[in-house]
Design a protein around this ligand. Structure first.
Ligand code: ZN
Ligand code: ZN
Length: 243
């Protein structure tokens, strides 16, 4: 262990590692993202108790949840989707050559030190499994991975909740969301997913997991689909909530 550390320090000295976000040289105790960039990530303080959307006042429900049918019980949100996290996730998703997820240390930091996820630790015994939102097969081939599955692996390690990838399939290769407005996004998402294992969801309490939730439409559509096909309850979680 000691030798490994000395060796790592030496390698870092000869070929320094750079912060994935700000490109500054990393200190020896830092992995992938520097402490400064991590300190910039903000946990939500005022947010809707139903969908997790950031709100100005600490209202129980945001204006959307007051009028729209929300099928899941609650959304757990780890962070605001601010500039730091935006840069991070864009690189993860659209520059897969950077291979940030080959080393999961950063995700463990993101999940384990998060205040908002403490309630999840209490809820975990009532959950049957985590369901990472699938991406279309073609996109997965291009990217080499589904970032939500990688997050589910970290969540499994942190909280001991198993995840399943054989339940849901995305059969529509939706356009890149960055280029779409809210209305276009909702249209793209209609009927984009299908259940491929009906037996596995019967009477189950499921946690849907995604990296970003912008409008919450994907989570809500899938929750509806799962409940209509026999699931008992749906909770949702995302690394960051935009809007
Ligand atoms: Zn940095
Ligand atoms: Zn809401």
């Amino acid at each position: 262990m000691k030798i490994k550390k000395i060796l790592n320090n030496f390698i870092n000295f000869v070929i320094p590692d750079y912060c994935f976000i700000c490109k500054e040289v990393l200190e020896n105790n830092e992995t992938q993202i520097c402490d400064h960039c991590i300190s910039l990530l903000k946990e939500p303080e005022c947010f809707c108790k139903k969908c997790g959307k950031p709100t100005d006042l600490n209202q129980d429900w945001c204006n959307i949840c007051k009028y729209k049918k929300i099928y899941y019980e609650k959304m757990f949100v780890a962070y605001y989707y601010d500039e730091t996290l935006k840069k991070f996730l864009k690189k993860v998703k659209y520059n897969p050559s950077e291979k940030i997820f080959e080393n999961f240390d950063i995700c463990y930091n993101l999940f384990l030190n998060n205040e908002q996820l403490k309630e999840l630790a209490i809820l975990k015994d009532n959950l049957d499994f985590v369901l990472p939102i699938p991406i279309h097969l073609e996109r997965q081939k291009l990217r080499g991975y589904n970032q939500s599955v990688l997050l589910a692996q970290v969540l499994e390690d942190c909280y001991g909740i198993h995840y399943k990838t054989d339940i849901l399939k995305k059969h529509k290769n939706t356009k890149f969301f960055f280029s779409l407005n809210k209305k276009e996004r909702e249209k793209e998402l209609e009927n984009a997913f299908e259940i491929i294992n009906f037996e596995a969801i019967k009477n189950k309490n499921i946690l849907l997991l995604d990296d970003i939730s912008t409008t919450g439409t994907t989570m809500n559509n899938i929750s509806k689909l799962l409940l209509e096909n026999g699931a008992n309850s749906i909770f949702t979680m995302c690394l960051a909530h935009g809007e």
